[in-house]
Structure formats: C-alpha cells, structure tokens
Design a binder for this molecule. Structure first.
Ligand code: NAI
Length: 340
C-alpha cells in the first residue's frame, strides 16, 4: 500500500532539503506518493495568501504532511504561515527529539531528550494592541484546557515510549495566572501517571541547567514561546539546527518538519544540510508504521556521520547537499527479503 503524504517544499533552502529527503526515501523504497502544495512566501507571491485553503485541505485529507521551512511575508497583518498551519489543524504538540549523533563534535555526549512544546497559544495567538502611541500590550493566552490537552499527550507519549522523567518548565511566580494554569494542568493530569517521575523547574533555571548538563533531562514540557527558545538551545547542544527533526501533532493529523528556518544566507548554494528534514521524515515513517524503512535510513545516517567523510559545512565538512545525499543513499543497508 502506498501512503499519500502532503509535501510542502517550503522557501529558501526548503526545496533543496526536501528534495534530498525525497531522493533518500525513494532509494530506501518508502511507499510514499507525494502530493505537492505550496505555502509560505512562494504561495503568497503566487496566490496572495501564505497558507492557501488547498494546503489545509490536502493535509486534512492525507492526515500526514512533510514540510520544509516557510518564510512569512513581511508587512502588517500576516500571521506566520507555520503558526497558521498549527492553529488551523490543531497540531497542538510540537515534538522535538534531541539526541547526540556520532561524528559531530559537541561539548556533551549521550544527550537524549525530547522537547514538547504547546503549539497553539501563548504570544503566538498574535493579540497585540497599541493602547497609546508608543505603548503596546501583547497578550499571552493560556487556557487550562490546552494545558491539560498537551499534558495528557505528553504522559501518553512517555508511557508508550518508556520515558521516565518529565520536567514541566514555566515561570509561575512571574505569571501566576498564565503559567500557573499550565503548571496546574500538568499537576492535575500527572496525578493519573504516578509511575512517571514529574518535576517542575523555572525556565530560566532550566536554561542554565541545560548548559551545564543536558544529559540529566529526559522529557521537557513547555508553553509555546519557552518551547521555541529551548528547542533551538537544545539543537545547539547536539550540532545545530541542521540536524534536529521535529513534528507538529494533533489528535488526527501530524506534520513533520525540521526545527530550522529558510536559511536565506545559504539558499541556492547547494550546501544546506538535509539531515533535519530527513530525520523528520524518518519520524514520519515510524509514525505510519514503516519501522523497517525508518531504521534503515537511520542506520545510513549513523553510518555517514560516523565515517565523517561526507559532512556538510555546518558539521565541519566540505560536502554539498548532493554529495551528502548520495553518501546517505550509498550507505542504505539492503532491505531483508520480503521486508520493507
Ligand atoms: P534559520 O534557521 O533559517 O538560520 C539560522 C542559521 O542556521 C543560519 O546561519 C543558517 O544558514 C543555518 N542553517 C539553518 N538550517 C540549516 C541547514 N539545514 N543546513 C545548514 N545550515 C543551516 O533561522 P533565521 O535566519 O532566524 O530565519 C530565516 C527565516 O526562516 C525567517 O523568515 C523565519 O521566519 C523562518 N523560519 C521558519 C521556520 C519554519 O518554517 N519552521 C522556523 C524558523 C524560522
């Protein structure tokens, strides 16, 4: 059976890294038919809107999407295309696994943590108002329902994945109502999961603790803005934005994407690292149950990184996107007969 997956190639380096990902998946025999639609800057230039209805309709139909990074049109009144997709499709969990990879020189080894970010509220609600000239208020939205929804998702994810300790990070002393609601929701849902270790930590304290020793953390649960910042910080701990995958997940739909942006500084140079989008696609294959193919691609990634001969510039090598992609394809283990 072939799966139809919505593909948004994205802006900037997006088409380069999603194209490389398609090549590796095809070489691995992934049974995927891509339905290509455009969002972001390119869609805006073509249609006048950053997220055309056809994009949302395609993802709603297929339930699974793979997305390159999107630029947001400059100017007043445009909500980020990413935020629109997450909010319109109720992709309320931002899932970002962060693990040490072989052959990448970083200060820490054995990092293996997961950042879970509430994706629909917080300052991303985009409610800003100029009260008086030069005086602006920007509202942080936090509902108990959204807090409980992602806490439930987080605990179920941990149970399913065998993860042991969850750390919920906010700043309730500063914001007793907004952050307090999130922390309260965590405590309420957590009461049903006494077999999972649970702790609270202020997000500023978390930043320092991650810089000192990220290996002591397992799963981190955060609101939207804190989660955005901390997931980039965590990417930096294991080799940068070019290597960290991600997914936006709701109850019925999941859209997989890299953490990085459109990288305009290297667009079109053929040097972008496709690993983050490829690893997101590996997560997607796991999600749809294609474990064998996902593992083979993961082994190829591991092999190329360990060998260290074909690394892109961000990882300290001098290989381009095409050479790196070919090295991955060459390293794919053969499929066992009858297996996918
Ligand atoms: P960025 O992630 O695009 O770039 C930051 C730095 O990381 C740059 O030096 C870039 O060259 C490097 N980099 C990023 N991805 C790389 C890769 N795959 N291989 C090698 N190097 C890589 O962040 P920036 O510059 O803040 O944002 C640029 C644009 O991307 C903005 O318009 C922003 O709104 C958008 N953006 C989109 C995201 C998404 O669609 N999920 C996420 C973050 C930013």
């Amino acid at each position: 059976m072939a799966y139809t997956v919505t593909l948004i190639p994205g802006d900037g380096i997006g088409p380069e890294v999603t194209g490389a990902t398609q090549q590796v998946l095809a070489a691995a025999g992934a049974p995927i038919e891509w339905e290509v639609v455009h969002a972001g800057q390119r869609a805006f230039e073509e249609t006048g809107v950053p997220v055309p209805d056809a994009v949302l309709a395609s993802i709603r139909k297929n339930r699974i999407g793979l997305k390159g990074p999107l630029g947001t049109p400059k100017g007043k009144g445009f909500r980020s295309a990413n935020v629109t997709i997450r909010q319109e499709l109720l992709l309320y969990t931002g899932l970002r696994p962060v693990r040490t990879l072989p052959g990448i020189d970083t200060p820490y080894q054995d990092v293996d943590l997961v950042v879970l970010r509430e994706n629909t509220e917080d300052l991303y609600a985009g409610i800003e108002h100029e009260v008086l000239p030069g005086q602006v208020i920007s509202l942080k939205v936090s509902t108990r329902a959204a807090g409980e929804r992602i806490a439930k998702w987080a605990f179920e994810y941990m149970r399913y994945r065998g993860r042991r300790t969850i750390t919920c990070c906010a700043k309730p002393a500063l914001s007793p109502l907004a952050d307090g609601a999130f922390v309260d929701a965590f405590g309420k849902i957590g009461a049903d999961y006494p077999f999972i270790q649970q702790q609270l930590m202020d997000v500023d304290n978390l930043s320092m603790a991650l810089a000192l020793d990220p290996t002591r953390f397992d799963v981190l649960l955060l609101q939207n803005l804190y989660g955005d910042i901390i997931s980039d910080l965590c990417a930096g701990l294991v080799g940068g934005l070019g290597v960290v995958p991600g997914a936006n997940v709701g109850d019925r739909i999941a859209v997989f994407e890299a953490v990085h942006g459109t990288a305009p500084d290297i667009q079109g140079k053929g040097i972008a690292n496709p690993l983050a989008v490829l690893s997101s696609a590996v997560m997607m294959l796991e999600f749809i149950g294609e474990h064998g193919i996902a593992q083979r691609i993961d082994q190829a990634i591991w092999g190329v990184l360990e060998e260290g001969k074909h690394l892109t510039g961000d990882l300290g090598g001098s290989e381009g996107t095409a050479g790196f992609t070919q090295a991955l394809i060459d390293k794919l283990p053969r499929a066992k007969r009858g297996a996918r």
